[in-house]
Design a protein around this ligand. Sequence first.
Ligand code: 13P
Length: 319
Amino acid sequence: MNDLPKDLTSQELLQQIGRLKKEREAVILAHNYQPPEIQDLADFTGDSLELSMIAAKTPAKVIVFCGVQFMGETAAILSPDKTVLLPVLEAGCTLADYATAEQLREAKKKYPNAIVVTYVNSSAEVKAETDICCTSANAIQIVESIEGNRPILFVSDYNLGHYAAKKTGKNIILWNGCCPTHALLSPFAIAKAKKKWPEAQVIMHPECKPETLELADFVGSTSGMLKYAKSQPAGASFIVGTEVGLLHRLQKENPDKTFHPASDYLICPMMKMTTLKNVKDSLEKMQYVVKVPAEIRLKAKAAVDAMLQYTASLKITTK
Ligand code: 13P
């Protein structure tokens, strides 16, 4: 007789997640790049800005963050009285790894007059060395809000910083970092996709390279692209220049439109690590708790709060 434990079916896992979520008084947040079944089970799916806003306000006791480490950390920075769980401990962000607090302290010595604007795709330690954070949804407005011609040290996505500099004309010192998934998307791939789908509009994330962004009809955060696609007439089609996870929501929320990935290689391996079983285990075992040391948390919170307050004053919403 086979006495090995049998794998639970997706249906059984979903039932257990539902029960555990109630018991723990938890909320499940999922980034727009998560696998389809994770997006479908989440209470909220969104871009980095939306999810950090929800994390700051949720009455839930436990936040299960289906995303990558910096997202869980941002939630823990904003909600120290809540337990933030990351279902997959190893789900990191290569872009966030491009900047360490030590490197940023050195750069600040080199540019003592610069104001530090840091992309939320960064560690809590780097945020703690930052004046104001930004996401891809508000980078232009945050950069624009820096008065005068004061230099802006933009950490750590070169491409997003370059895009913000181009849009605002501000004096931006760029950091040598990138998202390897978005940086892979070439003008050649876009030209190939346009040949295949000549009617389609090209929508793209600002983490793509400047020469690739040149070919976009619309550039925005993941939720910015969702909003744009919704605003277009029925029958419209799109070439999507971002991680393929976004196509699930795009197609689900726009059944009358067609979406094509700009390339088959736009896959973030870290975002794809989360499974239903990880989420169930996370709630059952209360793992993996995201912890940020108090002294780092307070400094990092000031930079994230500065972003959220400014964003609220502009009434930026991605919905
Ligand atoms: P958004 O904030 O646009 O969802 O992007 C997050 C991200 O990590 C992009 O690679």
